[in-house]
Ligand binder design. Structure first.
Ligand SMILES: [Zn+2]
Length: 101
């Protein structure tokens, strides 16, 4: 099974450091000065602040509903529970959650 990390290297893609979704140019978050933020997506980070104040587990629950979106980028479709398990392993490596562990 491919991990997010391996997928990142294979596809040379960036991922939001809060929710783990693929970070494309169109969905990059914005800094307080209006410039693009290179680490977070627009759903997580807007105008220099996080849009949702939540724990890592709450973020995992929130993201699990978008599993169908994620599956479009996956070689093999995951169930919501598989996706949650993957996020629990992957999220502690993300910038936003690293320091709070
Ligand atoms: Zn995000």
């Amino acid at each position: 099974m491919l991990t997010f990390e391996k997928t990142t290297k294979l596809m040379d893609m960036k991922f939001c450091q809060s929710c783990g979704m693929p970070l494309t140019e169109e969905i990059k978050g914005t800094n307080a000065d209006g410039s693009k933020n290179e680490d977070y997506c627009i759903y997580c980070y807007k105008d220099g602040a996080f849009t949702r104040d939540c724990t890592m587990e709450e973020m995992i629950d929130f993201c699990a509903q978008f599993v169908d979106e994620v599956n479009k980028n996956m070689p093999r479709p995951m169930t919501q529970e598989e996706y949650k398990q993957m996020m629990r392993q992957y999220f502690p490596m993300l910038k936003r959650w690293k320091s709070s562990q």
